[in-house]
Ligand binder design. Structure first.
Ligand code: C2E
Ligand code: MG
Ligand code: MG
Ligand code: MG
Length: 294
């Protein structure tokens, strides 16, 4: 930022900046304690079959329940966790907790015969670590979750930044039997040539495109193009940020099978997710928009 303002501009380094730095340090120290103090929690957002309304999976999304700051959303602490390296431990906790939860739901008989998939976001530095494959394998072994029920979400920019390294990592992760999706697809600069070579299973259409599909012709065209691309490459496609019935219908009619968004449900704490979306044997499944609004 300072660079943008020009080399001779010293005004930027004002009291403001010092305060920012102090605040950052405070947040960083608090974040360091957060794991030990058990301050993280996962919320789960259902992935919905757009045709039937059935829940097919859940994306685990981390929140920080800070005693001093209240409920902090990932955008407000993941970047700092990423820069400081804390994301490695936080990410491992997320993976373990999400897999253990999915396994618990499975053992309780939630979700019926069709087992529920769980999706976990993987940060750039997690993916680039040499031990990531061992970490994932270790969590699968420790929790007993069948690998086919785990999906890792990786953002497009990360993969494209270091394509050769990503190809190797993703190939070895795939060999564990898990599924891999490209998150926020359309916002980065995927080379179609590499996309073809990437061992991934799913494209997640970024919600910035989904937002205006019912009203903006360009966004509608982009979303249709992504859906066709997915079909050509033999990938599944998931739309994020589905907020209205018009968006759901557009996506369904254009061949997108799965969506997630506030139209169906916000991310919910585990217990609330289970009671809204998962049926025990003998119960009627929680169905789509009949779920209580929260
Ligand atoms: P993401 O993986 O693309 O997750 C989707 C985000 O969109 C979530 O925000 C979700 O709550 C929000 N969302 C879902 N449906 C709608 C909708 O209909 N409308 C709108 N406006 N938003 C919707 P959240 O939970 O704040 O997470 C933000 C980002 O933080 C995630 O984006 C992901 O990149 C990152 N993140 C979350 N949890 C983790 C984690 O455990 N590890 C890592 N490395 N990153 C995480
Ligand atoms: Mg995601
Ligand atoms: Mg996303
Ligand atoms: Mg997104």
């Amino acid at each position: 930022k300072a660079k943008e303002l020009g080399r001779n501009n010293f005004q930027y380094f004002s009291a403001d900046m010092n305060q920012d730095a102090t605040e950052r340090l405070g947040t960083l120290n608090a974040l360091r304690q957060a794991l030990a103090n058990d301050e993280f929690v996962l919320h789960y957002q259902p992935k919905i079959n757009l045709l039937t309304g059935a829940v097919v999976g859940a994306e685990a999304l981390v929140r920080w329940r800070s005693p001093a700051r209240g409920m902090v959303t990932p955008n407000d602490f993941i970047p700092l966790a990423e820069e400081s390296g804390l994301i490695i431990d936080i990410g491992a906790w997320v993976l373990r907790t999400a897999c253990a939860q999915a396994m618990a739901w499975r053992q309780e008989g939630h979700g019926g015969r069709d087992a529920l998939m769980v999706s976990v976001n993987l940060s750039p530095s997690q993916l680039m670590r040499d031990d990531i494959v061992d970490v994932v394998a270790g969590v699968l072994a420790a929790t007993g979750l069948p690998p086919r029920l785990l999906e890792l979400e990786i953002t497009e920019t990360v993969v494209m930044r270091d394509i050769e390294k990503s190809l190797d990592k993703l190939a070895r992760l795939k060999m564990l039997g898990i599924r891999i999706s490209i998150d926020d697809f359309g916002t980065g600069h995927s080379s179609l040539n590499y996309l073809k070579r990437l061992p991934v299973d799913i494209l997640k259409i970024d919600r910035s495109f989904v937002n205006d599909i019912a009203t903006d012709e360009d966004d509608a065209a982009i979303v249709k193009a992504i859906i066709s691309l997915a079909r050509i490459l033999n990938l599944d496609v998931v739309a994020e940020g589905v907020e209205t019935e018009a968006q759901r219908r557009f996506l369904m009619e254009n061949g997108c099978d799965v969506g997630q968004g506030y139209h169906f449900s916000r991310p919910l704490p585990a217990a609330a997710f289970a009671s809204a979306w998962l049926a025990l044997p003998g119960e009627t499944a929680g169905t789509g928009r009949l779920a209580p609004a929260r």
